[in-house]
Design a protein around this ligand. Structure first.
Ligand code: ZN
Ligand code: ZN
Length: 312
């Protein structure tokens, strides 16, 4: 470890009352570029308000918000890590692969993500068709309009947007009800999407110079599957702290990280406030320190040189 890195790792900041506290980074959140409620600019401002040293934006299957987030972060003096959360499928479960510090202008990655959004659009059509068969009349236009905040072409639309329309039109009492009745896995209008594998997603991220990190392993409810994904996709890290992880999950995945030689990561998975409720966590509620961020940066720079070995 060089001197520069050492200094960075010991960085602290002064709080208003003069106490020094360690720097904190929230590495998982969503903007209006996917299914979040806040624009990338708003997220940067929230991160600053909550005293974070930096953050990563990790929208689903799109890098569309990264430029805006980076600009506002720079203006506010925050560190910014470009991120993405790629939807994959393995062992009959939706598995999410986070990617950090890739080149946001990488054309191959943009094309690949665009392909995924195409798949998402076809899936959305199928879900709306099933809903119509159930006597629920909502249209893609209503879903894309998002109550007067229409999507841009490179933003992705998904089930949370549909849930909003279902509630607005009185087909469900709240979002939970919309998912339980219609949209959740196994519910009446659920359509399982054709998906890439976690290994594909990890390769895409690595090929764009980034660092793949397995998202919220506790949500899959199957540690054998988690181990299989770690063995096959060889992400460089694992998300240990997440609002849907209990203390026991966190301890278990820290051990697993040690066993596989993985970086550890944390994030709030903040999606904003929908109808009075924060889904997943509050921005800044789940963070890593400077050491974890530096480890990610080292992994990314060795990936750039083409000598990075998966799994440590
Ligand atoms: Zn996720
Ligand atoms: Zn997420």
């Amino acid at each position: 470890m060089n001197k520069h890195t050492n200094e960075r790792m010991n960085e602290t900041k002064n709080t208003l009352n003069g106490e020094r506290e360690p720097e904190r980074y929230d590495l998982h959140m969503h903007s209006t570029s996917s299914d979040g409620m806040n624009t990338p600019t708003e997220l940067a401002r929230l991160a600053a308000e909550r005293g974070l040293a930096g953050f990563a934006l990790t929208d689903h299957d799109t890098a569309a918000g990264l430029g805006e987030a980076a600009r506002e972060a720079e203006r506010l003096g925050l560190a910014f890590l470009p991120g993405v959360e790629i939807s994959t499928r393995a062992g009959g479960k939706d598995i999410h692969m986070l990617g950090y510090l890739f080149d946001p202008s990488d054309e191959k990655l943009s094309e690949r993500l665009e392909g995924l959004r195409g798949v998402r659009d076809r899936r959305n059509d199928l879900i709306l068709e099933r809903l119509r068969e159930l006597g629920v009349e909502i249209t893609l236009e209503e879903v894309r309009d998002r109550g007067g905040r229409p999507l841009k072409p490179d933003e992705s639309v998904g089930r949370p947007h549909m849930a909003d329309v279902l509630v607005r039109k009185g087909y469900a009492v709240d979002l939970r009800d919309a998912f339980d009745k219609y949209l959740a896995e196994g519910a009446a209008a659920y359509v399982s999407p054709p998906r890439i594998s976690p290994q594909d997603a990890a390769d895409w991220i690595r090929e764009a110079g980034g660092v793949p990190v397995l998202a919220h392993p506790g949500l899959y409810g199957d540690d054998d599957l988690v181990r299989a994904v770690l063995a096959e996709a060889k992400p460089a890290g694992i998300e240990v702290r997440h609002p849907d992880h209990g203390a026991d999950d966190e301890a278990r995945y820290r051990k697993l990280a040690e066993e596989y030689g993985l970086l550890t990561s944390a994030g709030s998975d903040y999606h904003g406030v929908r109808q009075g409720k924060v889904f997943h966590g509050e921005l800044g509620g789940y963070t890593v320190g400077t050491a974890e961020v530096e480890a990610l940066r080292r992994a990314a720079s060795s990936a750039d040189r083409g000598c990075w070995k998966a799994g440590g």
